[in-house]
Design a protein. Structure first.
Lengths: 112, 112
């Protein structure tokens, strides 16, 4: 069974721009979570979607948003990029609450 | 907020020895825990999980121990191999939501 896929794998943007990242979950998984990973900070939870509804949200500014489509694919958007947004953005999918999450390879975003 | 911390940021072991990676958590309501392994350039890979109704769970060469009294989690890797070199994260969540909190990670280096 195919794993979680994320596109693009690498992205370079300049400050003030916006970016959209995409995640395709494992077939049959309805929950998609997004995380930001930076050196020394570990993984920080951004938000989780289940059946097209945002169920949980981490402590990130409103510039970070997401959505989920009826086929469970998810996108996250970051508007007005800042240098501090440079990070590895990881997507994880699961069947639902209280199930193990499986991660994609991530999108490496660099903001210059 | 939630707090999941790791006792040691780095750990070096000889090939063939057993490794123990520790993790402390602060939310007594957490009832589901996962250990992940992350190799350079890849997303976290699920290793093993444990629920709060268990104290111990074994997988292939790995064992997770949960001590709810002191809110401590450990991952034991038997006969550590060079391929085990990676960063290991523990993550916790509660049944109230599919939101995982991750520690900052322990870097395991296996010396041949």
């Amino acid at each position: 069974k195919a794993g979680v896929t994320q596109t693009p794998r690498y992205l370079i943007k300049t400050r003030g721009q916006q970016v959209t990242l995409s995640c395709s979950p494992i077939s049959g998984h309805r929950s998609v979570s997004w995380y930001q990973q930076t050196p020394g900070q570990g993984l920080q939870f951004l938000f989780e979607y289940f059946s097209e509804t945002q169920r949980n949200k981490g402590n990130f500014p409103g510039r970070f948003s997401g959505r989920q489509f009826s086929n469970s694919r998810s996108e996250m958007n970051v508007s007005t990029l800042e240098l501090g947004d440079s990070a590895l953005y990881l997507c994880a999918s699961s069947f639902g609450s209280d199930y193990e999450q499986y991660f994609g390879p991530g999108t490496r975003l660099t903001v210059t | 907020g939630e707090s999941v911390g790791l006792h040691l940021p780095t750990l070096s072991v000889q090939e063939g020895d057993n490794s123990i990676i520790n993790c402390a958590y602060s939310n007594s309501a957490s009832d589901y825990f996962i250990w992940y392994k992350q190799e350079s350039g890849k997303g976290p890979q699920f290793i093993i999980d444990i629920r709060s109704n268990m104290d111990k769970r074994q997988g292939q060469r790995v064992t997770v121990l949960l001590n709810k009294t002191v809110k401590h989690l450990s991952l034991q890797i038997a006969a550590t191999q060079p391929g085990d070199s990676a960063v290991y994260f523990c993550a916790e969540s509660s049944y109230t939501g599919n939101q995982f909190y991750f520690g900052t990670g322990t870097s395991l280096t296996v010396i041949p």
